[in-house]
Design a protein around this ligand. Structure first.
Ligand SMILES: Cc1ncc(COP(=O)(O)O)c(C=O)c1O
Length: 377
């Protein structure tokens, strides 16, 4: 049987990893400044993570949500503490798309309304509602098409006010990434997030903060939307939540009440997933990783801003976009094949950095040195 060929892949076979370093089948070392799409939050094969998963696997790998799962409650308590949202409620699933799917559905159950507002260049995932609020017609199949989504220009307060003025009583939710990732690392202005909060309050709409890529401590605060000093009603999470184990979830404001059967999943919140989630939060807390993300991120952004070939540096903490001019469109390939450094991309010609939150200064310097080399060759 062949694989269904949907991914353009690099001819590299990574077989092991430790911290921010990974190694191929010829034992060649690579610096991982991308964490496999922002997933590796506490570093590859962190010893505490490996042990926690191993211990859990020897106890019980899985049982469904038809029994008490104390480790799920333990994770919710820890997540409430580390995120500072301890009055929120946790619903667990397995991926970012599923988290957004559940968030949009829950919003509609809550207020009985049908329309969602999303933003140009947004990426929210590939399941039916998540892809419907994603601004990329190429990944929207005819069966996913809907009139229930209103796309607005990014960070345009006037357009947002107008949409609420025109459709206020139909708008169920507004979904926004605190920092657009796939869209090129665009930081949502704080005033824009505050405007969403007040319009949602006025019109009984639900504010959904897609934190799948920009959340989980990556920016130096637990949720990047926290910089605006307002709370969303639902935060969606995945990626860094499980450091590679597929874990996703939404946290839900106390104003939204649950009912049996409203949401559900077979795998979400299973014992192994919760062990992975707890290991991540324990390491984040113990090793002060949000602070490290803020410090090393600030250092990288400061140094990158000194490079005259760079058009613009955007982002916060360890979520950084470096926009380059057209003539440097080979930079990512050169970083990978000449300097053995993984980075991500976004259009137009943006190098995306999404490394583990415990990236060291030495590794940041190794990246900077190689990057300067690539720009000057
Ligand atoms: C902001 C954002 N939301 C949702 C998703 C979808 O997550 P998943 O691929 O886990 O379904 C992604 C994935 O890149 C993302 O970046």
């Amino acid at each position: 049987m062949n694989l269904f060929d949907v991914y353009p892949v690099n001819p590299i076979n990574i077989v092991r990893g430790q911290g921010s370093l990974v190694y191929d089948n010829h034992d060649k070392e690579y610096l991982d400044m991308y964490g496999g799409h922002a997933v590796i939050s506490i570093g590859h094969t962190h010893p505490h993570y490996v042990k926690r998963l191993e211990d859990q696997l020897h106890q019980l790998g899985f049982y469904s949500n038809s029994i008490e799962i104390p480790i799920q409650k333990e994770l919710a308590t820890k997540l409430g503490k580390v995120s500072g949202k301890d009055d929120y409620q946790l619903f667990m699933c397995n991926s970012g798309a599923e988290a957004n799917e559940n968030a949009l559905k829950l919003a509609s159950f809550y207020n009985g309304k049908k329309k969602a507002i999303a933003f140009r260049k947004a990426f929210h995932g590939r399941t039916s509602l998540a892809v419907a609020v994603t601004d990329n017609p190429k990944i929207v199949a005819p069966i996913n098409e809907t009139d229930n989504v209103i796309f607005l220009p990014w960070a345009d307060e006037t357009a947002l006010e107008q949409a609420f003025a025109d459709h206020g009583n139909e708008i169920s939710s507004v979904i926004i990434e605190g920092i657009q990732g796939v869209g090129g690392i665009q930081v949502a202005p704080e005033s824009f997030l505050q405007k969403i909060r007040s319009l949602c309050d006025q019109h009984n709409a639900v504010f959904i903060a897609d934190s799948v890529q920009c959340g989980y401590g990556r920016t130096g605060k637990f949720f990047s939307q926290d910089f605006a000093g307002v709370n969303a009603d639902i935060y969606s999470m995945a990626k860094g939540m499980g450091n590679g184990f597929p874990v996703g979830g939404i946290i839900i404001s106390p104003k939204i009440q649950p009912a049996y059967g409203m949401l559900g999943t077979t795998f979400g919140g299973n014992h192994l997933a919760c062990a992975a989630g707890l290991a991540v939060l324990e390491v984040m807390e113990q090793d002060n990783l949000m602070q490290n993300a803020a410090t090393i991120g600030e250092y990288l952004i400061k140094e990158l801003n000194k490079l005259e070939q760079v058009k613009e540096v955007r982002g916060r903490g360890l979520m950084i976009g470096i926009e380059l001019p057209e003539e440097l469109s080979n930079a990512r390939k050169d970083l990978l094949f000449k300097h053995h450094i993984f980075t991500g991309e976004a259009k137009p010609n943006v190098v995306r950095l999404l490394p583990a939150l415990n990236l060291t200064k030495a590794h940041a310097d190794r990246f900077l040195e190689a990057f300067v080399n690539v720009l000057n060759q």
